[in-house]
Design a protein around this ligand. Structure first.
Ligand code: F6R
Length: 245
């Protein structure tokens, strides 16, 4: 069973996850991080930015990789996931632009670009810490429920449920990209430490499923986390409301 920590508030959930990053950074100043986007990590990224500004965390040598990126959004598109991390974190912290990585969506051959991104991650010795959100369908990164999963970085077609969930960030649902590049299950599982964060009532059902899951089920992608020895799930009271603990 995965290790769950339940916090009273979203702020507390974000703070605890930020502490994990700060602690890892103290042990290894050139920390290699994989960071998610979406609604869940906003508080975490704001807290990391605060820590950077106050000097509690020094990101000068840290490296940061986007967990996923929409096709075909360019880095400077306000809907792109690179833009998101820059907006909430990079521009507020002393992290060098050359230490921030994202798949190049403008590459002619996106399959080759996935292989290049995977190689870049491996060349950095893989992730020291990966922060994950979770989709209502149990996706981690954008590894959607599917009979098979790619172990490495790859192109994925987004599920209708995910497109609908992400439509809240766009003016029209039709504007939500249908494809993305995501880290593979293997890329995520090679991370030395994984912290999954979840908040709010809408995540209660998926938290219950994750808490109860005892087998690897490719149709519930987060179940692959059972294979990893160092996963912490941090969720707020609302997301934990259906757990029997
Ligand atoms: C985004 C990502 C996704 C999200 C998930 C939850 O970079 O990797 O797995 O973490 O879709 O999104 P929110 O936080 O918006 O509920």
């Amino acid at each position: 069973m995965l290790n769950f920590i339940i916090t009273e508030t979203y702020k507390e959930m974000s703070g605890l996850a930020a502490e994990r990053i700060a602690l890892a950074l103290k042990k290894k100043s050139d920390l290699v991080m994989a960071l998610p986007t979406g609604g869940t990590p906003v508080g975490l990224l704001e807290e990391m930015s605060r820590m950077a500004k106050s000097g509690e965390a020094n990101f000068a040598k840290a490296k940061s990789f986007n967990i996923d990126e929409y096709i075909p959004l360019k880095k400077d598109d306000p809907q792109s996931y690179y833009w998101f991390l820059n907006h909430y974190f990079y521009q507020h912290a002393n992290i060098s632009v050359e230490n921030t990585f994202v798949p190049d969506i403008l590459a002619d051959d996106l399959t080759a670009e996935c292989a290049r991104y995977e190689q870049t991650i491996q060349a950095h010795g893989d992730f020291d810490i990966t922060i994950l959100g979770i989709g209502h369908d149990g996706h981690i990164g954008f590894n959607e429920p599917h009979a098979t999963h790619s172990p490495v970085c790859h192109i994925i077609n987004l599920n209708e449920e995910t497109i609908e969930a992400n439509a809240r960030f766009f003016s029209h649902k039709e504007d939500v990209p249908q494809q993305a590049i995501t880290l593979g299950m293997g890329t995520i599982l090679r991370s030395k430490e994984i912290v999954l964060i979840a908040n709010g009532k809408s995540k209660a059902a998926v938290m219950k499923q994750l808490h109860n899951c005892a087998h690897i089920d490719p149709l519930f992608p987060a179940s692959f986390l059972l294979l990893h020895p160092n996963v912490t799930v941090i969720c707020d009271r609302e997301a934990a409301s259906l757990l029997n603990i």
